[in-house]
Each structure stands twice: as C-alpha cells, then as structure tokens.
Unconditional design. Structure first.
Length: 202
C-alpha cells in the first residue's frame, strides 16, 4: 500500500474517505500487517493529516485497525469499530495456501471453506440489502441508511442507483440552452460575425 499525497487543505464537511487496509500477512481476522503494510499505514499520516478528519470508523479486524491506528493517534481521534465493515470470511482458520483458495473461490462462488463464507452467500447479503433499498424507495423508509447498508454489503453505486430508480423512476432533465453569453463583447467584430454566419449555414 502506497499513500499518495493529497492537497493539505480541509475537505468540505460531510466528505467520506474510504481507505483500504494495508498489506496483511493473511486473511484471518487477526492477521497482522506485513512490514510493507506497516510502512503504508504510517504513510497515511502525512497523506491525510491535513484533511480535517473528525471521525475514523474501522472494521474490527486487526489489519484494518492497525492501518488507521497511526493516523488516529496523530489526529487525536478514537477509532470507532463497526462489525458491518468486515469483509467476506474466506476461512475460519489460518491457511498457508489462502491465496490459492481465494482464487478458487472466484472460480467457484459456491466454495465455502471451513468457517468461511462462499462468494454466493456474500452476494446474497448484498442482494438482500438492494432489495431492502428497492422496497424502501417505494415507501417512506430511510433511504440514506438503506443505501449505506447496501454499500457495506459491497453493492456498487450503479446497483444502488438502479434499485432506487425502480421506485422513483429516472429523472429526465429538460435542457435549457443559454445563448448569447459571449456575443456582447464581440459585437461588431467581423471575425465573430463570420463564425456566426458559418454556424447558421450548417
């Protein structure tokens, strides 16, 4: 993980920054960061410190909390843990071949290792969140909360928008062209008139 420097200026209130955990030694919940991952976590401090963060929320898994710990300490902020931010559990026990098994799970989304969750089951959680959002759009539910829940279940922005579109429909904009904005300063300019005449002739 390499932190790319960003402008050292506070972001607008309400801005949400999503940070992926740094490189870890494994997939189990208590997997530590590798030396490279620790360096990446430390690099977040100079990269993000000037953006005015007011809250840090993390998955309770160690690789996530260790990633944000240096920034939280530098900012003097507590780290709020949220179980809903945990990723799909590949296996419940440490495995030296976890990378190979992860590839296998992409090839076969029904594959569930002992103590783990299959890709199909994870997708089912995401679909359930989208279905709840779709139902909420047809009623008076809190769509923000439902959209956040869908995002936490790994739904894409397009899928979230599509689910709400089923309830609200698609907004059709009515283009209103604005004409003559640049005409006044060029009034009497023969070259400008030549351009106008050429456009009208097309």
């Amino acid at each position: 993980m390499t932190a790319t420097p960003v402008p050292d200026a506070p972001l607008p209130p309400g801005t949400l920054l999503l940070v992926r955990h740094a490189r870890a030694s494994g997939q189990e919940p208590d997997a530590e960061l590798t030396p490279e991952g620790q360096a990446g976590a430390a690099a977040l401090v100079p990269a993000l410190r000037g953006l005015g963060a007011t809250r840090i929320v993390s998955s309770p898994w160690r690789r996530a909390t260790d990633t944000v710990a240096p920034l939280a300490e530098a900012q003097g902020l507590p780290v709020t843990l949220d179980e809903r931010l945990t990723e799909r559990v590949l296996t419940g026990v440490p495995r030296a071949d976890w990378r190979d098994r992860l590839r296998d799970s992409f090839a076969d989304d029904t594959l569930a290792l002992p103590g783990g969750e299959s890709g199909a089951a994870a997708r089912g959680r995401g679909q359930a969140a989208l279905d709840a959002l779709r139902t909420g759009a047809e009623g008076s539910d809190n769509l923000l909360a439902l959209a956040v829940e869908a995002a936490r279940a790994r739904a894409t922005l397009g899928e979230i928008s599509s689910a709400m579109e089923d309830g609200f429909g698609r907004y059709a904009t009515q283009p209103t062209p604005v004409k003559g904005v640049y005409a006044a300063p060029y009034e009497g300019d023969s070259r400008w008139q030549q351009v106008l005449d050429g456009v009208k002739a097309v």
